[in-house]
Design a binder for this molecule. Structure first.
Ligand SMILES: [Zn+2]
Length: 177
């Protein structure tokens, strides 16, 4: 693993703790949850519709991505973390993540799909999918997110092509009426 910075870096000590922490988006005292507004009416919020959705989950495109296939998954309803998911939603999580992982891997030239949950920005449950490009050993483990932040933004058509393939694969896996 390699940091995407040149040496020498200087090690920092952690700063003083900030308690109570400032409210996140979508929790009491914070900004209202834009995700809830978008999911209930994508057109009204001026954003594109999701890549795929079912009764519990919504798969979303990210903006300004640097690696084809970076997407994120959120819950249709406002829950914070795994600990807060209703049983039905929690039970379906693994299967939905597996479908998304397969759809991303099918793009090709991907060593592994990293699934990240941070939750420090918005209090509406969401996980990120970061495909690690095949052979990009310097971006193994937690380094991928750092590299992805610093790499050049993809041309829009490249990002959209990958998103459309993922969306098509997800739709193809839906139960047929
Ligand atoms: Zn919400």
């Amino acid at each position: 693993m390699t940091l995407p910075y040149a040496e020498p870096l200087t090690k920092l000590a952690p700063g003083p703790r900030v308690i109570p922490e400032p409210p996140r988006v979508g929790e009491p005292g914070g900004d209202p949850c834009g995700l809830c507004a978008w999911i209930s009416d994508p057109a009204a919020s001026g954003h594109e519709p999701p890549l795929w959705q079912n009764e519990d989950w919504v798969l979303c495109r990210a903006t300004g991505i640097t690696i084809p296939g970076i997407v994120w998954l959120t819950t249709r309803e406002h829950h914070d973390s795994f600990a807060d998911l209703p049983d039905r939603v929690a039970a379906s999580y693994g299967g939905v993540v597996a479908r998304i992982e397969r759809a991303i891997l099918a793009l090709g030239d991907i060593a592994r799909v990293h699934v990240y949950r941070w939750g420090d920005g918005s209090a509406h449950f969401h996980v990120w999918f970061y495909p690690r490009p095949l052979g990009m050993l310097e971006a193994r483990r937690e380094m991928l997110a750092l590299w992805a932040d610093l790499m050049p933004e993809l041309p829009k058509e490249v990002a959209v092509e990958a998103e459309q393939k993922i969306a098509a694969a997800m739709r193809a896996g839906d139960p047929q009426p």
